[in-house]
Design a protein around this ligand. Structure first.
Ligand SMILES: [Zn+2]
Length: 308
């Protein structure tokens, strides 16, 4: 049996890159057995052993930034509903629920997948800034049943039993953007770990046949932008409260309320806010904020909804 692994390019922040963090604190000892982690005071990501030093440093800095921005989400519409609180500690919790492992773009993800026994997989090479293949990995896991798909990270076999397995990949471009950009991209990417409402059984079959899913709330996949600077790219949202909604709200909180950010960082955050808020198809950002499509559902489900 040959299975084709469907990896979604769920990230798509064409102008941006993401986060930081490297092995800090007790990371040196940890790194002997694993790849280390961001450690320190930031949102934690476990480093894969193949992450470059530059990628580790970028992750360390940006996850620390997420934890240390002095922001007040009570001044930003929908912030507390998305993050479960008004401070950076809530953003850290949001992130850590959804992102666990950091891998390099130079790591062959397919080579890390292990099935007992293992069929062949294939993937398209990715040139990335940052991307979150977690939902795609979970879809592949469901499609490989009854075999048990696992991923090998730091010589440990990890079960793929949820879209919130939280595997992210980082590229060289991630390391060269500003820390505030990295932080916002990380928070955006975290939303792609949510399979909100579960997945349709028919969508799993569509994936098996390598056709597009009908729903995109499981993984919060982007749609093709119809016009503007991203026309023709999968860099827009056609459903409410997806990853661009999350990054729009988070970046506005930095731009408008951060008391320990530089003016430059706040200006960058505001630019990113307007960028994210412009990425909606069918409806506009303000209507979403006003509740035209209800409140944010930040849940994630492993359910396969039978519609066949
Ligand atoms: Zn995205």
């Amino acid at each position: 049996m040959k299975l084709v692994l469907i990896l979604f390019l769920l990230s798509s922040f064409p102008l941006l890159t993401s986060c930081g963090g490297s092995s800090g604190g007790d990371g040196d000892q940890l790194q002997e057995n694993t790849g280390g982690s961001t450690g320190g005071d930031g949102a934690e990501i476990i480093f894969d052993s193949e992450l470059s030093e530059a990628e580790r440093q970028a992750l360390k800095e940006s996850t620390s930034a997420i934890a240390n921005y002095d922001i007040d989400g009570s001044q930003v519409s929908r912030f507390s509903q998305i993050f479960g609180g008004n401070r950076s500690s809530s953003v850290v919790k949001f992130f850590e629920e959804r992102v666990n492992y950091g891998l390099s773009e130079n790591t062959d993800l397919i080579a890390r997948l292990v099935i007992q026994p293992g069929p062949a997989f294939s993937q398209t090479d990715l040139a990335i800034i940052a991307n979150n293949p977690s939902s795609g990995l979970w879809f592949a896991s469901k499609l490989s049943e009854p075999d048990d798909l696992k991923i090998k990270i730091n010589n440990q076999l990890i079960d793929i039993n949820s879209s919130r397995i939280g595997v992210m990949r980082f590229g060289t471009n991630f390391t060269v953007i500003e820390t505030v950009q990295q932080a916002i991209v990380l928070v955006h990417e975290a939303r792609h770990s949510d399979c909100t409402g579960g997945i349709l059984a028919s969508d799993l079959e569509r994936l098996r046949n390598q056709t597009d899913m009908i729903e995109n709330t499981c993984g919060h996949a982007h749609d093709l932008c119809s016009d503007g600077p991203y026309a023709g790219q999968f860099a827009c949202d056609s459903h409410p409260w997806g990853a661009y909604a999350v990054s729009a709200v988070y970046s506005l909180a930095i731009a408008d309320t951060c008391t320990n950010c530089s003016e430059t960082d706040k200006a960058i955050a505001m630019t990113m806010h307007f960028d994210s808020a412009s990425r909606f198809l069918i409806f506009n950002y303000e209507d979403m904020l006003n509740g035209e499509f209800g409140s944010p559902d930040m849940s994630s489900s492993n359910e396969v909804r039978q519609d066949l």
